[in-house]
Write a protein that binds this ligand. Sequence first.
Ligand SMILES: [Ca+2]
Length: 184
Amino acid sequence: MKRLLATTMILIAAPIAAAFELPDGWYPVGDSGEGGYALNVGPDTGYEGAGLEVYGAEHTSGQFGGVGQSISASDYVGKTVQLTAYIRTENVDDGYAGLWFRVDKGKDMLVLDNMNDRGVTGTTGWRSYTSVLRVDAEATQILFGAILTGTGRMFVDEFAIDIVPDDTPTTAAYGPNEPKNLGF
Ligand SMILES: [Ca+2]
């Protein structure tokens, strides 16, 4: 009887002790996980059905948590590419919620947009956000996801990556097209 009880307890305890697993393709970034930002996919926490929740109540500036995914750049080289996702926030303070979108060549980062110039703060309803980057002809990898810095709760859902017309304004700082004040 004692032995049976012990076995039953292990069976009950196992799912609680098991680490939360993100859906295939996604990985945690920054200070996510034990002792850091909590990640959870709820069946009805998304813009449509399931969505990701990132919770950082105990955290302060300088820390961030969230998710990422990496894909080959091969289908996107030489193109202008738009990342879209829906974000909702609750009490985001001392930081922001946003998408992150990055293009790499091998181990080198070519360009990054992490929405630090236009992040979502406070409590907001579902809204679509975009990030637009040019994918260099020599790019090898595209990385994207969502992050929360500071405190509060972010919900994110329905990511999409689309090739857009080349005249679509980008959201990363490549610098101005024309030089300025060359003669002072
Ligand atoms: Ca969803």
